[in-house]
Design a binder for this molecule. Structure first.
Ligand code: GDP
Ligand code: ZN
Length: 315
């Protein structure tokens, strides 16, 4: 008889109240926690998160005990509503956010794109952009936009789930990475995914999650293994990622294109709005920063709150 190895490395792809599904190779092992786990952050009460790389000990063929959480390299989180200092970790060890926009139906919204990019920067995640339904336009209207974002180090691809344009690029972005797919409803997320993973039906997942748990869908974060390698995180809650835990004074830090100029402003605490001697505004005038990025910055700034909710209340 061959002896089972003492412990094996795996990845948590789903977490429920007391069971964790851990993918070990091609095998899915239903795992539990018993007592202390090595590597668990103390303040999190041993919480194992979706995306965690763990070591498990088999107790039977398909059941295991989580023994150790391996070091995390990233996390996507948001503040718990009304509690400015408490965060809800959506998932950990994520490589990137893949933002899907469409040229039409629904129309391209540059403000929304920049909002997603702010979320990516806030969480220190890489971001790529796919402009889908490119088959619906004939002009090169989006080339300039693509050039600006590429210059900011956000890879920008034109795709079509209808004609398969850019599908090779889409595949190469996702391959061997843990990715979060975001984008408005109707832009073609499910259609694109279906092209590379025909068995994965995001639409079905969406409806079943909604009917079961309604608006608490974020707690049902799940990683879907891809045949090309890598994982996809997709939940309705993650897709509707808001900006409500970002505050006005920090917004400017999440605009990568402002960073080369920020130290040149007359005032060290310049918000790049109405202040005199603002190097960021000057760079916009000089055509060095994309005008629409700057106007989106102003709009987002006006939508955000000045300071954490509790700080305002306490005054
Ligand atoms: P999701 O809500 O983002 O998952 O979007 P879907 O994948 O459900 O797509 C919404 C609609 O757009 C469907 O009717 C698709 O057939 C259509 N669609 C998706 N991708 C494309 C595309 O690249 N070109 C065109 N013309 N239609 C598309
Ligand atoms: Zn400034």
């Amino acid at each position: 008889m061959t002896k089972q190895p003492v412990s094996l490395k795996g990845k948590v792809i789903k977490a429920t109240r007391n069971k964790y599904l851990v993918r070990v190779g091609e095998k899915i092992v239903s795992s539990v926690i018993r007592g202390k786990i090595a590597g668990a952050p103390k303040w999190e009460n041993f919480a194992v998160k979706v995306g965690d790389d763990v070591r498990i000990k088999f107790i039977s063929g398909n059941e295991g005990v989580i023994q150790e959480i391996l070091p995390r390299w990233s996390k996507l989180s948001r503040a718990v509503e009304g509690k400015a200092y408490k965060e809800h970790v959506i998932a950990v060890n994520i490589d990137q956010i893949v933002i899907i926009m469409s040229v039409k139906e629904p129309q391209f919204k540059s403000g929304l794109l920049d909002r997603y990019l702010v979320v990516a920067e806030k969480n220190h995640l890489k971001a790529s952009i796919c402009l889908n339904k490119i088959d619906l336009i004939v002009s090169n209207h989006f080339d300039e936009i693509a050039r600006w974002y590429t210059k900011m180090d956000y890879p920008f691809y034109f795709t079509s789930a209808k004609t398969n344009q850019g599908l090779v690029d889409f595949k190469s972005i996702l391959k061997d990475k843990v990715s979060i797919l975001v984008g408005q409803s109707g832009v073609g997320k499910s259609s694109l995914i279906k092209k590379i993973e025909p068995d994965l039906d995001l639409k079905v997942k969406e409806t079943s999650q909604k009917t079961r748990k309604g608006r608490h869908a974020t707690s049902h974060v799940e990683l879907f293994p891809l045949h090309i390698g890598g994982y996809l995180i997709d939940t309705p809650g993650v897709r509707e990622l808001g900006l409500w835990d970002i505050y006005q004074n920090e917004l400017k830090e999440h605009f990568v294109d402002f960073q080369p100029y920020k130290d040149l402003c007359q005032f060290a605490d310049c918000m790049h709005l109405k202040e005199p001697g603002c190097a960021v505004k000057y760079a916009v005038d000089q055509g060095k920063i994309f005008m629409s990025r700057y106007s989106n910055y102003q709009n987002i700034y006006n939508d955000l709150r000045a300071a954490p909710y509790q700080l305002i209340k306490r005054r």
